[in-house]
Design a protein around this ligand. Sequence first.
Ligand SMILES: C[S@@+](CC[C@H](N)C(=O)[O-])C[C@H]1O[C@@H](n2cnc3c(N)ncnc32)[C@H](O)[C@@H]1O
Length: 239
Amino acid sequence: MNKPEKISQLIEGAETYIKSGNHGKAQQKLYQAFSMANKTQNVEATNKILDLLQTIGLLATNLQYVELKPLKNEGLILDIGGGGEGIVGRLNGEQVVAIDTREEELEGTQNEALKVVMDASDLKFLPDSFHMCTAFFSFMYIPKRKHLKVFEEVYRVLTENGKFAVWDVRIPASERKFKEFIVPLRITLPDEVVETGYGVKWQVQNMEHFKQIAHQTRFQVVNEWSREEIFHLEMIKQG
Ligand SMILES: C[S@@+](CC[C@H](N)C(=O)[O-])C[C@H]1O[C@@H](n2cnc3c(N)ncnc32)[C@H](O)[C@@H]1O
């Protein structure tokens, strides 16, 4: 079966599940179809899938694009929420210590990083342990009430002038009626392109939210950008 046929079949399957009220199964089919439609840049199918996702309470943004090169850093990099695709581990390999609260997420991650089950709001490292810390689309998964504590912990384990780099997505208050939020991403790395989607329960957040916490925790923001729905912040620990 060719790709367009497979996508149509998945969409039809999802519609049947929606009619019978089985939203969980519908969601699975739609995610599969979405990933295929994205890869083949099938705009018509993508729009249809987005409409169907909305009918079951899930709001997906348009496809967002990120391009990354290996991070320039000497020594170890602490990657918060480094399970999933393990993007920072793919970029910087053995230099990375990837922590995640979910063991199964780390088990499914294929890269050279050292993987440790740990909560970013309760880091087990001594102060001044890392020159760099990253959080690649991880804060969207961390409950908002923990964000300040995570920043405080990262500040503690970073060395003086250590860098904290965050990539994340704007989740707007205006669409709160949806129960879940998904950001489909095409991540271009030097040797590969990763197509993925990060989905979470609705939790309003934007770059200002993180800049405020950076200010509160005495990080200095040295670089920032935002493009469509996603943003990036680079912060330095200055004591
Ligand atoms: C899906 S990943 C985000 C993308 C990932 N960084 C990548 O490169 O693909 C987000 C991860 O954050 C983890 N997480 C949630 N709360 C956390 C916490 N308090 N400390 C560490 N990891 C956490 C989730 O288990 C999830 O695996």
